[in-house]
Design a protein around this ligand. Structure first.
Ligand SMILES: [Zn+2]
Length: 278
């Protein structure tokens, strides 16, 4: 029964608001997801705080929040309210925690060549949240884990035990929330590109970011986490490029801002520890 579950939803090009996340298997209610995501994000923040890695600079945090809240205004729906955190690390990384939490690393800000690129990555992460990819992955793992126990009972009757949800909290930052399928990646790209475009950013920024990532432009040890947690769905740049052609005119869209440049200049001065800081 569980293994026979097939996802029938297909993503079409364009910004249709009803073409994503349909018929997906998810054991969690929105309220459960919010509660679990809030708790998990808080635990992560506490860990980063202990390590002195929460980057508190107001200008940089405000810049990230400005991008995020602009994108949120153009999300196809907002089941969640968003929170953005800046983590001090040379890693080119960003990740989404279910329920609306987006973590952005200073190494990522420094890697982005303009605001449109950063908006592309933030939009991509928000796409994972809107599509509920984290709890979808967890639901699949739960289904596999408890399949033997629920034979004959029926999946619909299975509640999510809080202790099982707690296991997710114990997952580290590269844990189960963060390994997405290729299909998830495409879905997050599509949603992100649409939001970025509607918010007035050039969606080519997202394409350029992934292009440089895949060409491994930069220190591989700084790039590898993002690359492993956001696997290339195949022909990613071509897909985004095709989508951009469907979106409409792009000649008046924004690429950059003084605010981004100033924030990036600040982040570029951070002195990271010599050893690889995860
Ligand atoms: Zn992703």
């Amino acid at each position: 029964m569980i293994l026979g579950w097939v996802c029938l939803s297909l993503l079409a090009l364009g910004c249709a608001s009803n073409g994503y996340n349909k018929g997906q298997f998810n054991l969690y209610s929105i309220d459960e997801e919010k509660k679990m995501g809030d708790d998990f994000a808080q635990q992560l923040l506490d860990q980063y705080q202990k390590k002195g890695k929460v980057y508190n600079d107001k200008q940089v945090n405000n810049m990230v929040k400005r991008i995020g809240s602009t994108l949120a205004q153009h999300a196809p729906e907002n089941k969640f309210s968003y929170h953005f955190y800046v983590i001090e690390s040379r890693q080119v990384n960003a990740f989404a925690v279910p329920g609306g939490h987006v973590f952005i690393f200073t190494g990522l800000i420094n890697y982005c060549q303009n605001e449109a690129e950063l908006a592309g990555v933030v939009g991509h992460e928000m796409g994972h949240i809107i599509s509920r990819h984290g709890t979808e992955q967890m639901s699949k793992q739960l289904a596999v884990g408890v399949a033997g126990a629920v034979v004959g009972v029926g999946l619909a009757g299975v509640g999510v035990d809080p202790s099982i949800a707690q296991m997710a909290v114990n997952a580290a930052e590269t844990g189960m929330f963060l390994s997405y399928s290729r299909k998830d990646e495409t879905e997050a790209d599509d949603l992100g590109a649409c939001m970025v475009y509607k918010a007035g950013y050039h969606p080519e920024g997202m394409k350029n970011f992934f292009d440089r990532l895949h060409k491994k432009q930069g220190d591989m040890s700084d790039l590898e986490v993002f690359m492993s947690t956001h696997p290339d769905p195949g022909d990613r740049e071509t897909h985004i490029h095709d989508l951009i052609k469907e979106l409409g005119p792009t000649d008046k869209l924004k690429w950059d801002s003084k605010d981004f440049k100033n924030a990036k200049a600040k982040v570029a001065k951070i002195q990271y520890p010599q050893k690889k800081d995860k």
